[in-house]
Ligand binder design. Structure first.
Ligand code: SF4
Length: 454
């Protein structure tokens, strides 16, 4: 059967009163259970050209020296499991901090030793401690790890060094000590400041604790940002707007990430909804309205969107790690950490026993080494980078064959309320609030559109 090209109208948005709700069709989404990167269940690591990390690391590292570099340290421990979370792995209890820090320190030392002089050939622009709840590490342990990474790798003087964490356990003393050690950004998962809803989701810190911790951290020299989520069951536009007002007016944060709830299949929250002990989350229409209201409120509170999910009201918030995540090489450290060097993706063992055994044998604790070149077309890459910065590529950057039609399509999307004209001559059209909300969908349409024109 001959492949039929879709008419340009098939890519058009609906024009209606509210583009947030009506621009395109949206099916309800539920995400499959998460599978952890680098889990032991992935079996024996495939050999990379018949070798192990220690055999190919230096060559691969130097071959990709033109790429930005970041270090990712995973701390897969939390005090308890939040009901919506697919990332929970291990309970933070007893002497976990000292024991896990000792393993991480050995991995950092061994990785730097494997890279040898090559480690000094590539500058690191970002270090990110993610989890889990890295802030549950003891004060001295995290300080040691930050100092060790700074000693073993070539860290740019303006590198962003982020410690992620939760409210309980992230004290003013830790904040000061970790800034002294070199951290300059703290990212806290608040998700919602509504104490009743927080308890229902398995988060037990109260609003006054959130206020106090954030105020104390903001008094350090670090940039402080929080995550908020919209779309929880029982959350309304009013509670979301109150969350934004609270973190904006009562805490002094410099930036904020706003995420839509991903309801993961099999998570405690998903099961509670299925049992009827939790109501259903807001439907798509309500979610879209919540996003629109939050967008307006954030602007009113002095925040500016500077990437798809990130907002800032102070230029010290740069979100370097997040912006590098899709294009940088990333060296993974810690159980379950994922990374990549060039076209080779790396996953550390996600089961603690396996991770620990490999470390004691002096190996890089990988359970996955896979050849996985990024399959993006040059236009796909350009589109991703532009969308992340909230615009589309300028028309003269589009494939030549589709520029005339692209101009028509983008004008239609502008009329539908998804785009606005660029401020600068020859720039790409900017996403409106609705355009930002629909950007994932718009990207899929544009990739189809360009593919059929090529
Ligand atoms: S603290 Fe964070 S990582 Fe841990 S269970 Fe809660 S949301 Fe998940």
């Amino acid at each position: 059967m001959a492949w039929k090209m879709k008419p340009i109208e098939a890519f058009f948005a609906r024009i209606g009163d509210d583009p947030l709700i009506c621009a395109f069709e949206e099916a309800g989404k539920i995400f499959p259970p998460s599978s952890s990167p680098g889990m032991g269940s992935m079996g024996k690591p495939p050999a990379w050209e018949g070798g192990v990390f220690e055999d190919f690391a230096v060559r691969l590292f130097l071959e990709n020296a033109h790429r930005p570099l970041a270090l990712y340290v995973h701390v897969p421990f939390c005090r308890h499991r939040c009901s919506f979370c697919p990332f929970f792995k291990n309970i933070a209890t007893g002497t976990f901090s000292a024991e896990y820090t000792a393993l991480l320190a050995r991995e950092i030392d061994a990785t730097a030793k494997t890279l040898g002089n090559a480690a000094g050939e590539r500058r690191v622009d970002a270090i990110y401690f993610g989890g889990g709840t890295p802030s549950d590490l003891d004060l001295e342990d995290m300080s040691l790890l930050i100092r060790l990474l700074r000693k073993r790798f070539f860290i740019a003087p303006d590198a962003e060094i982020t410690v992620e964490g939760g409210i309980r356990g992230f004290s003013a003393e830790k904040g000061r000590a970790w800034v002294d050690a070199g951290a300059n950004r703290f990212s806290l998962g608040v998700q919602t400041a509504d104490s009743r809803l927080r308890r229902r989701l398995g988060r037990f810190s109260r609003r006054d604790e959130i206020r106090e911790v954030l105020q104390n951290l903001c008094a350090s020299e670090a940039t402080v940002i929080v995550d908020l989520i919209y779309g929880f069951p029982e959350q309304t536009a009013d509670t979301l707007l109150d969350d934004i007002r609270f973190v904006s007016e009562e805490t002094g944060i410099h930036g904020l990430d706003l995420y839509k709830l991903n309801l993961f299949s099999g998570s405690p929250l998903d099961r509670a909804i299925a049992r009827g002990t939790m109501p259903k989350p807001p439907d798509f229409r309500q979610m879209a309205k919540m996003y629109g209201a939050a967008y307006e409120k954030l602007v009113a509170c002095g925040f500016k969107p500077f990437t798809q999910k990130h907002w800032r009201r102070d230029n010290r918030e740069r979100s370097v790690y997040n912006r590098l995540a899709f294009k940088a090489d990333m060296i993974p450290f810690g159980s379950g950490a994922g990374g990549r060097i060039g076209d080779v993706s790396l996953g550390n063992a996600g089961v603690l026993e396996e991770y620990s055994e490999k470390i004691s044998r002096g190996e890089k604790p990988l359970s996955r080494i896979a050849y996985s070149p990024r399959k993006q077309s040059p236009f796909g890459k350009l589109l991703d980078e532009a969308l992340e910065e909230l615009h589309l590529p300028a028309l003269n950057q589009w494939p030549r064959d589709c520029r005339v039609d692209a101009d028509k399509l983008l004008s239609q999307w502008r009329d539908a309320g998804l785009l606005r004209d660029p401020e600068e001559k020859d720039g790409g059209m900017r996403l409106t609030c609705a355009g930002n909300f629909w950007s994932g969908h718009m990207k899929k349409l544009l990739m189809d559109f360009v593919a059929q024109s090529g």
